[in-house]
Design a protein around this ligand. Structure first.
Ligand SMILES: Nc1ncnc2c1ncn2[C@@H]1O[C@H](COP(=O)(O)OP(=O)(O)OP(=O)(O)O)[C@@H](O)[C@H]1O
Ligand SMILES: O=C(O)C1=C[C@@H](O)[C@@H](O)[C@H](O)C1
Ligand SMILES: [Mg+2]
Length: 181
């Protein structure tokens, strides 16, 4: 009998913990250059959430340059820091968070993000190629279409909500995509 109650109790504690600490932030995911920062900054004014950029925070805190992430072993370190930071965010609320393009490569990250509201931003490949900051990511000059093709399906599966970015979204009306959901 005690064992039975023990299990019931543990079950509730586990779920309470899981859901209470999540579901309180909004995440923006998508390939590099799709417009996460553009949407994040402008949407945060509208929904009055504080905007955070995970790439920015990690590179600032740990003094890592995005330029170096692609070319040396810092890539794995970066992924680890990204995962830890995402875990830490479950204790925070009312944040609008823009994620690095590679965050969806880890299934646990995807699960975590989707316990909150998550929007995946998509952009036509040709615009995307123009939009990416290639100074920071020289490897993408050669490999861009390969990487986009490999990742397309992963992004598709990573969120329930999609925003198709186009230049009809201006600074003042980014929130309008919410009506299209
Ligand atoms: N709807 C839009 N209208 C005008 N400019 C846009 C729009 N969406 C994105 N941009 C521009 O495209 C460029 C890339 O967008 P942004 O930096 O927001 O992408 P990102 O997903 O944050 O990229 P990164 O992975 O580099 O952080 C920026 O110069 C941004 O101002
Ligand atoms: O798409 C990616 O793999 C990455 C995107 C950047 O935003 C950074 O998060 C990092 O350079 C990896
Ligand atoms: Mg950005």
């Amino acid at each position: 009998m005690y064992i039975y109650w023990f299990f019931v109790f543990s079950y509730y504690i586990f779920y309470f913990n899981f859901f209470y600490f999540h579901m309180r932030n909004v995440f923006l995911i998508g390939f590099m250059g799709v417009g996460k920062t553009f949407f994040g900054l402008n949407l945060s004014k509208y929904i009055k959430y504080i905007y955070l950029d995970i790439d920015y925070i990690i590179t600032y805190l740990y003094n890592i340059k995005i330029l170096n992430i692609f070319s040396d072993r810092k890539f794995f370190l970066f992924r680890k820091l990204e995962k830890n930071f995402l875990n830490f965010l479950k204790f925070k609320k009312n944040l609008l968070i823009s994620c690095g393009g590679g965050i969806i490569l880890d299934k646990i990250n995807v699960l975590r993000i989707n316990l909150n509201f998550c929007f995946c931003i998509m952009l036509n490949e040709i615009f995307l190629f123009k939009n990416i900051n290639k100074k920071n990511r020289p490897l993408l000059k050669k490999n861009f279409f390969n990487i986009v093709n490999k990742r397309k399906n992963i992004y598709k599966k990573s969120s329930k909500f999609y925003v198709k970015n186009s230049f009809k979204y201006k600074k003042k009306n980014v929130y309008k995509f919410l009506n299209t959901l």
